[in-house]
Design a protein around this ligand. Structure first.
Ligand code: SF4
Length: 236
């Protein structure tokens, strides 16, 4: 399946999806995870029920906004499910935009290829939880070694951030373990925590879970922020 037929959402302008940049966002359908807290149910579970957006129209819109848009964020769903992500990145780069990739880290080979070919400028990788809990939180069979490889690849690339959604099944100890791991391997350039919202969750049980309070989030953040060169809170 081609990524071009699986673009399910488009935001022409955003000030919050790429730090310091004005960006447009492309959302692709489909994902190989089933994170309990995922709020993109419609494009993750049954992307075929969501009408695709015509890439040509998006191109026209990007051209029109060229003067004030710095880059395009390719998000999802999981964009690395599609081999022709490479072509999409290439087209966007040829239009003169920077490209940011949002990924869950399960396709290290494709991420590496895009970096080697200079087709992406920034990677935001979600870390769902500590490795031992991945299966429980993502409801999926995971090859942890692939995630570790992607972490290593983006670390060596240098233009990256790791993000964690503070789903309350992730404890302060779990967070500390993740932060320590990233620091130990030198992947500690940028790290962001984002608040979990118990609305429209993929797992309806997750909607019954109360998010951490602002104070709890700040406490958790303070326990790990010094592990990283740059860190921050989002949507808190
Ligand atoms: S939150 Fe999980 S299931 Fe949802 S799009 Fe991201 S990786 Fe996929």
């Amino acid at each position: 399946m081609s990524i071009y037929k699986n673009i399910k959402g488009f935001v022409p302008t955003s000030l919050v999806d790429w730090d310091g940049k004005v960006s447009a966002i492309i959302f692709v359908g489909g994902c190989n995870f089933r994170c309990k807290f995922c709020s993109n149910e419609e494009i993750v579970i049954k992307p075929e029920n969501v009408n695709p957006i015509d890439w040509k129209k998006m191109r026209e819109c990007l051209e029109k906004n060229k003067e004030f848009i710095d880059g395009v964020v390719i998000s999802g769903g999981e964009p690395t499910l599609y081999d022709d992500l490479e072509n999409l990145c290439k087209e966007i780069k040829e239009m003169g935009f920077l490209v940011k990739l949002d990924t869950n880290g399960t396709n290290p080979d494709l991420v590496e290829k895009l970096i080697k070919k200079d087709l992406i400028d920034y990677v935001a990788m979600d870390i769902k939880t500590k490795f031992e809990k991945y299966k429980e939180i993502t409801n999926s069979e995971i090859d942890i070694e692939r995630l570790k490889r992607t972490i290593e690849i983006v670390k060596n690339f240098g233009n990256y951030e790791f993000r964690i959604t503070l789903y309350p099944k992730i404890t302060k100890e779990d967070l500390l373990e993740i932060a320590k791991y990233l620091k130990e391997i030198g992947a500690n350039k940028a790290f962001f925590l984002q608040q979990f919202k118990n609305e429209k969750c993929l797992d309806k049980e997750a909607e019954k879970i109360k998010p951490y309070s602002k104070q709890e989030v700040e406490k958790m953040f303070n326990s790990v922020k010094n592990f990283f060169e740059k860190s921050g809170l989002r949507n808190v």
